[in-house]
Design a protein around this ligand. Structure first.
Ligand code: HEM
Length: 456
């Protein structure tokens, strides 16, 4: 008996009400223009219209979920899978056979293949690389020199992901190419997601050409990485070996396309999210010097005069709270989508089969109903005695359920280590022309953060 065949055909589902329609839609365009013009403000204001609200996106109806409890219910329910406009645009560009976009049995098999590389007891193996790259990052700053935080943050993110998971000899040139390709691809992809005007993106415009070139380079780089590993004849115990040796349900090796798509599906979310979060952490250390001082003091109290190391991370509780609070206010992943596989119920409302549902971790994590002084940067709200009052699912930057980010332990260890290493050595200030305004793309990041460092 399949799970589907026992799904109760609840007659009440048909009697459930239809969620209210969000205000401010335009004829024909619906709410799409608001998502283009002010996506964060628009998504945050949806909570004023209800727990579940309908949006009109051109001819389509999209459902938005606005409470922590319902985002948890959505992520944990078997009635939804990965789908919707975000994933369709990702699939078209990044590949259809990667873990981030697969569903059902394929997704379960792929998660089994990649999971060992991210298990909590595997992460310490990555400690030396994380330490080395954090230290190198801190050493690239010079007293008084201006640093472009976008490219530097990308470089750390790409190098750590590639060196830990693919054990590649990622020299600067390749990391640089990968970072450049990813930056351009992610920027263009967001536009293609919110304005899905297919033929428009075939026009011979410079930005479209740059996007096409970057996408081609990204795929070429991934092929290079795979070919290089095969040619080396080596099989280190890493994620790439796991992918190259993976078998499908019939016991046959998985196809070349799946291997390629899997590498893309792990490198792309891995670098963009970490890079964006590092940029926000740099912004936080600059804007809140009192917390930068506390992070530096904590690192000193734990590590003394030696540089802070991977093994120190779990003792860096204030640093960890700074990272969490930065991720609360500026979550890299600010919008998530699902598609209903059957007619179902959510929050007392009827959700038709095939409906697209969105929710915004950004809106949920800034909800004044969940957080006192919700816009204040207050890392101490994560102290155990205070965090117990925060509603369940009000802070799940890595999501929950079967699509939960496999890299939560990996990411938190790296982010805390980078933050402590930088703050122990430097104080930061923004230079003229720098902009820390929020730039909305596939992830959120500062528009153009340029900082000068002074030794501590
Ligand atoms: C999935 C957040 C870093 C690989 C996800 C999801 C979230 C997320 C929210 C779930 C998407 C959904 O529910 O639809 C983050 C954040 C990160 C981070 C906030 C860092 C600040 C990474 C890194 C890697 C990675 C470093 C790999 C090196 C993945 C993959 C998935 C995923 C492969 C797809 C999982 C699946 O669909 O089964 N991430 N992520 N992430 N993340 Fe991360």
């Amino acid at each position: 008996m399949t799970v589907d065949s026992v799904r109760p055909e609840v007659p009440e589902v048909r009697e459930l009400s239809v969620p209210p329609l969000a205000g401010g839609g335009l004829p024909v365009l619906g709410h799409g223009w608001k998502l283009v013009r002010d996506p964060l403000g628009f998504l945050a204001r949806l909570r004023d219209h209800g727990d579940v609200v309908r949006l009109r996106m051109g001819p389509k109806t999209v459902y938005a979920v606005t409470t922590p409890a319902l985002t948890g219910a959505l992520a944990l329910s078997p009635d939804y899978e990965i789908g919707g406009p975000l994933w369709e645009s990702l699939e078209g560009l990044l590949g259809r056979q990667g873990v981030a976009t697969a569903n059902g049995a394929l997704h379960r098999r792929q998660r089994r293949t990649i999971q060992p590389a991210f298990r909590a007891d595997t992460i310490p193996e990555y400690g030396p690389v994380m330490e080395e790259e954090s230290k190198a990052f801190a050493e690239r700053w010079e007293d008084g020199a201006t640093v472009d935080c976008t490219s530097e943050s990308f470089r750390v993110a790409v190098r750590v992901a590639a060196r830990c998971l693919l054990r590649g000899r990622f020299m600067d040139e390749r990391a640089e190419r990968l970072s450049l390709a990813l930056t351009t691809v992610f920027r263009g992809m967001y536009r293609r997601m919110v304005v899905p005007a297919g033929p428009l993106y075939r026009l011979p415009l410079p930005s479209i050409r740059a996007f096409d070139r970057a996408l081609a380079d990204l795929h070429a780089l991934v092929d290079e990485i795979i070919d290089e590993r095969r040619a080396s004849g080596q099989k280190p115990n890493d994620l790439l070996t796991a992918l190259l040796e993976a078998k499908n349900d019939d016991g046959d090796p998985i196809g070349e396309q799946e291997i390629h798509d899997q590498v893309v599906a792990i490198l792309t979310p891995g670098s963009e999210t970490i890079a964006s979060t590092i940029m926000w952490l740099l912004q936080v250390l600059t804007e809140h010097p009192e917390h930068a001082d506390k992070v530096a003091a904590e690192a000193r109290s734990v590590a003394g005069d030696r540089p802070v190391g991977f093994d120190d991370v779990r003792k860096l509780s204030h640093t960890n709270n700074v990272v969490v609070e930065a991720m609360r206010l500026r979550p890299a992943v600010w919008i998530l989508t699902r598609r209903a596989v059957a007619e179902t119920e959510l929050g007392g409302y009827r959700i038709p089969a095939g409906a697209d549902i969105v929710y915004s971790p950004y809106a949920i994590q800034r909800d004044p109903r969940s957080y006192r002084e919700h816009l204040d940067f207050d890392p101490d709200r994560w102290l155990p005695e205070r965090s117990k009052d925060i509603p369940k699912y009000a802070m799940r930057p890595f999501s929950v359920g079967n699509r939960k980010c496999p890299s939560d332990h990996f990411s938190m260890a790296l982010l805390s280590l980078v933050t402590a290493t930088l703050a122990s050595r430097w104080r930061f200030e923004q230079v003229p022309g720098s902009s820390d305004a929020t730039r909305v793309g596939i992830t959120l990041r500062p528009h153009e953060l340029r900082l000068r460092a002074r030794p501590r």
